[in-house]
Write a protein that binds this ligand. Sequence first.
Ligand SMILES: [Zn+2]
Length: 313
Amino acid sequence: MATYQQQLESIGFRFDTATYNGYNKINGICFTVNIDANNKDYIVSAACRPQQEEAVDSMRQAIAHFAGERTKIIKTAAFNGKEIMIIWHLGDLLPDITKCVRESVDFISYCISQFGCVSCCASCGRENYCDIYVIENHITALCQDCFVNTQNTMAGNMYREKQIKTNYPLGVLGAVLGGLAGAVIWILFSMMGKIAIVAGGLAGMGGYFGFKVLGKKMTFKGLVISLVVSLVFLVGGMYVAMGIDMFNAFKEYGVGFSEAFELIPYYLSDPDSTGEIIYNHIFGFLTFILGAVCCVAQYFQEKKVKNRMIKLM
Ligand SMILES: [Zn+2]
């Protein structure tokens, strides 16, 4: 099956690999396909508006009709005065996006000729010559003025961000709280005789987000710290759960709570229990790795698109 990029390119769209979004200029009108990965939505937009104000209502009716015929796959379709926007919601199916984009382009092209639309800026709405830009993770059509304004805003943001310093003590506290949440869930499930497979992932991601929220700003050092801290807490949680298990198994022989923990090294080094130990913990570690990989990917994706503003077309 063709990749998303190949699908978009097969219908004449260009592709921005950093954001996974597509764009094209058709008859002077800027078209964009922005992907909303969280909601699995594909947003096809065209920056244009009817030259005659009277045509707006009938164009809105035509858009509503177009969406009404495809209620299962179109979430919304609308015209906001400067952009026709069609949001395709294709769910978990690996969709053939070419069909959706092609249908969108055909329909919007129909609107353009039927309602006398002209190219306009997607930000200020003025009829103007526009270019396609990528602004962080979004592709949009802007006029020269709006481009300059956005650039200035971004420079201001970058300056302010540079002023923010990562608060490492609070960040570590956040990572501890996140890791602790995973550890506590592991222990509680273990006490009920169950394996909390998700606790590993929860510890990893909890540590990362805990650091990010309390530490104010995520850095590479913060990423490493948060993952190490949450792993330590996860392993600690597993150790405590094992001790509680030991206590419950041997309390009738008069073994006390702290003595039960002293038995753990013997249990761990006993070849007969190796299989059981691996089985009981491997899924917790696997979900931790999965969560950690997600955090690392998110960190680098955010870094990649942060304050990015490039003219594409
Ligand atoms: Zn503008």
